[in-house]
Ligand binder design. Structure first.
Ligand SMILES: Cc1ncc(COP(=O)(O)O)c(C=O)c1O
Length: 421
């Protein structure tokens, strides 16, 4: 990491980190931490009599788990966090606007933050979301979730002032899209704080929102001062081709993007990244968490991001995406009796399976194929009743990609031949 002065880090923090992220009353820019000590940008050590606000009660480092002394973010400015925010901001699809980031602990919590931001920014209440979206399991996020099987009346009442519109994917008929646009037209725009959209509905079977619907929502948001927020917890980091999935839709600059999953390089982290005026509509600690944006998660995430920024990675990903796309469509051609449809984009696909056997219910097809793949050493998941989820690692080797496709091919052959009964 380059050597930065405390003044530079504090200034970068003010530029790139949203006001609500933390309360940092002292001019401290933490570079690292060990035992009971925090180390600032210049290498000065401070004995910490708060145990990092009781987050690190047995000292900052666990040498047996690696050299990194992690430290939490809410109460001070940290260099790994600010550096990661700066690097992420470069990927925001902005038209030259000032961008800020706030880190969190998981995707669901970040969606809650987005709800608060929409309401604070517009001083309105209603949040509009789309049928089939999955946004998570905290109270706010689950209130916006209509993915079948993920909502329950056990914990009613959910958040008030949430309106769910029909979703149209890219294969929607003209009638369906007209119906979606009509429902959109009936809304009372002056009462809406924000649209929170999952542009590619992952858990519904990798369904990209129809271009017309997305552009219509964006146009209304711009005209009526409604916040436009996209949930990229699953699709950011190039999963659909461009860095953010919303970049598959021309000319759209969201007010904010919600990120999670991959962002921490394997340990808990999430973020909301957005236009500075939107991000600063919440004040200090109005959506802050003790363990939000730990140094370790940000350092891991930054190293992952850097490895993705090389031209070799981009060209390799394009090659793997096209191989995956072609292989899946070839599977459908080889097994038309059992692969009913393919949906998805970039490197996020789902196959809708059916059975040509009367021996078991059609909805068993995906389960049985998954079980056969599992026996052969390929791990897959089911989405909905019968979607096979296909989202391999972005950096998987070509040989492993082909190996997985071959196993899947064998399992589909077995399904077709009635050998999975
Ligand atoms: C699109 C989307 N949003 C939100 C979430 C919730 O994220 P987390 O599980 O980190 O709370 C998920 C998780 O699967 C997701 O796919």
């Amino acid at each position: 990491m380059e050597t930065l002065s405390t003044a530079q880090v504090l200034s970068d923090d003010a530029t790139y980190i949203a006001a609500y992220q933390h309360i940092a009353e002292l001019p401290l820019a933490i570079k690292s931490a060990h035992g009971s000590y925090l180390v600032d940008a210049a290498g000065k050590e401070y004995l910490d009599f708060t145990s990092g606000a009781c987050t690190m009660c047995m000292g900052y480092d666990r040498p047996e788990c690696g050299e990194f002394g992690s430290f939490p973010f809410p109460y001070a400015v940290g260099i790994p966090q600010v550096e990661y925010a700066k690097a992420l901001a470069k990927h925001f699809p902005s038209a030259g606007e000032a961008i800020k980031v706030a880190f969190g602990v998981c995707g669901s919590e970040a969606i809650d933050g987005a709800i608060k931001l929409c309401r604070a920014f517009t001083k309105r209440k209603k949040i509009v979301t789309f049928h089939g979206d999955y946004h998570g399991t905290t109270f706010g996020a689950v209130s916006l979730t209509t993915l079948p099987g993920r909502i329950s009346d056990k914990f009613d009442p959910l958040l008030p002032e949430v309106h769910v519109l029909p979703f149209c994917d890219e294969t929607a008929s003209d009638d369906d899209i007209d119906n979606c646009l009509l429902e959109l037209a009936y809304l009372d725009y002056e009462s809406i704080a924000g649209f929170i959209i999952e542009p590619i509905q992952g858990d519904m079977g990798m369904l990209p929102m129809h271009q017309k619907l997305m552009q219509a929502i964006y146009g209304i948001a711009k005209t009526w001062g409604i916040a436009f927020v996209v949930d990229e917890v699953q699709m950011a980091f190039g999963r659909t081709g461009p860095f953010f999935s919303i970049e598959n839709y021309d000319g759209i600059v969201p007010d904010a993007i919600v990120m999670g999953k991959t962002i921490g390089g394997g340990i808990p982290l999430s973020a909301i990244i957005g236009k500075a005026n939107f991000m600063d509509s919440l004040g200090p600690c109005e959506h802050a968490f003790s363990m939000a944006g730990t140094a370790e998660a940000c350092a891991r995430g930054l190293s992952l991001l850097k490895s993705m920024e090389s031209p070799e990675f981009a060209s390799g990903l394009a090659e793997r995406s096209s191989l995956l796309y072609q292989s899946l469509y070839a599977l459908q051609e080889r097994h038309p009796a059992v692969v009913e449809s393919i949906s998805g984009i970039g490197y996020a696909f789902a196959l809708w399976l059916k059975s040509n056997q009367s021996a078991f219910d059609e909805n068993e097809a995906a389960k049985r194929v998954i079980a056969r793949c599992f026996e052969k050493g390929l791990y897959l998941m089911r989405l909905g009743a019968n979607w096979l989820r296909i989202e391999p690692q972005l950096n998987i080797s070509i040989s492993d990609l082909k190996k997985g496709i071959t196993i899947l091919d064998q399992a589909l052959t077995d399904l077709e031949a009635g050998r999975l009964n």
